[in-house]
Design a protein around this ligand. Structure first.
Ligand code: PEP
Ligand code: MN
Length: 345
């Protein structure tokens, strides 16, 4: 909808709008209001160039979009999907648990294997394990290629599909060659469009899913959804959206928990929403409550950092991993809350 900066456009101005719209195979209508006229764009208004051209005209105040800027992710376009697939796991039919270590310790593989079995026992559908880690400090442990083998061993032993973060094309290739079932795009790379495009193209036609974290900055909802659009546009709709907390942080939490955006994401898109409570609150004492909140908001699951012996872990595990007993209890309670929350949708 084009909103002019004066009550009525001249015939010449209206013709200018139509000439630009025609370049994008659209037309411009005219709605006569009492105080002013407004001008709907008729046709596909999703092209940013069209909007920018019109907003650049001296007699236009702004364009209020009616159609979302993303075509594939929009709720109206279900793409035939009811649940996404990551290997043998499905997400989007009920409340799913993804759990495992923040970081796999290549020197102590037994911790990850024990954690994997404990997560399975707690009900996890997908096992997470960080092979390569984005660290704020370049001198802290960055992950290790060797951990990929440990992740795949855990997959073979437990039968669980596995998830790991990839940050570049080399890691993407190694993860896909090894048989990783779900790729994680982390908060730091959430707007790395060349990586997102590459992931989209690389997984085309493969039974691989992507869990896309929300960027660390509290950007607009459409920015988050459009990032997912990059992946889906590559040819694989197995994408889940993951709110994980933003900056500026809430004093006392690690970030600013954003689990409540689940409701908005679900209204705008068809994609499952899997909340990451671990990074949002950053404290094992708060993680269970944050999991329950995600279920109350109607999320399709949570991705939780868990470890059999958090203090002996690497990366975030000593600070924020929950133990398997807590994980098992909270997952049961989440399922109950999720069923209650469903009564309100
Ligand atoms: C992680 O999942 O361990 C991680 C690094 O997450 P984020 O990208 O959300 O910081
Ligand atoms: Mn982590």
């Amino acid at each position: 909808m084009i909103i002019p900066n004066k009550p009525r456009l001249t015939d010449e101005e209206y013709a200018t709008l139509n000439a630009i719209a025609a370049e994008f195979h659209c037309k411009v209508g005219q709605i006569h209001g009492e105080a002013m006229d407004v001008y709907p764009i008729i046709g596909d208004e999703s092209d940013d160039l069209l909007i920018n051209r019109i907003e650049g005209l001296p007699f236009v105040d702004h364009v209020a979009r009616v159609q979302e800027p993303y075509k594939l992710m929009a709720r109206g376009n279900k793409m035939g999907i009811t649940a996404i697939k990551a290997g043998t796991a499905e997400i989007g039919r009920d409340f799913a648990l993804i759990a495992g270590a923040c970081t796999i310790d290549p020197k102590n593989p037994q911790y990850f294997i024990e954690t994997a079995f404990a997560c399975k026992e707690a009900g996890a559908r997908i096992l997470r394990g960080g092979v390569w880690k984005p660290r704020t400090n370049p001198h802290t442990f960055q992950g290790d290629d060797k951990s990929l083998q440990i992740l795949m061993d855990a997959k073979a032993k437990t039968g669980l599909p596995v998830n790991t973060e990839v940050m570049d094309e080399r890691q993407l290739r190694l993860a896909l060659e090894a048989g990783v079932d779900m790729l994680q795009i982390g908060a730091r790379n959430a707007l790395n469009y060349s990586l997102l495009k590459n992931v989209g193209v690389s997984i085309k036609g493969k039974p691989v899913a992507v869990i896309l974290k929300r960027s660390i900055h509290a950007g607009p909802m459409d920015e988050f959804i459009s990032a997912a659009e990059y992946i889906v546009a590559g040819g694989n709709p197995n994408v889940a959206l993951c709110p994980r907390g933003t900056v500026p942080k809430v004093d006392g939490f690690r970030y600013n928990p954003d689990d409540h955006i689940t409701m908005l994401l679900k209204k705008k898109t068809w994609a499952p929403v899997v909340v990451d409570p671990s990074h949002a609150v950053g404290n094992p004492a708060y993680v269970p409550h944050a999991c329950l909140a995600a279920a109350a908001y109607g999320a399709d699951g949570v991705m939780v950092e868990a470890h059999v012996n958090p203090k002996a872990g690497l990366g975030d595990d000593p600070k924020q991993a929950v133990t398997p007993d807590v994980l098992a209890k909270v997952y049961k309670d989440c399922q109950a809350i999720w069923r209650v929350a469903r009564g309100y949708t």
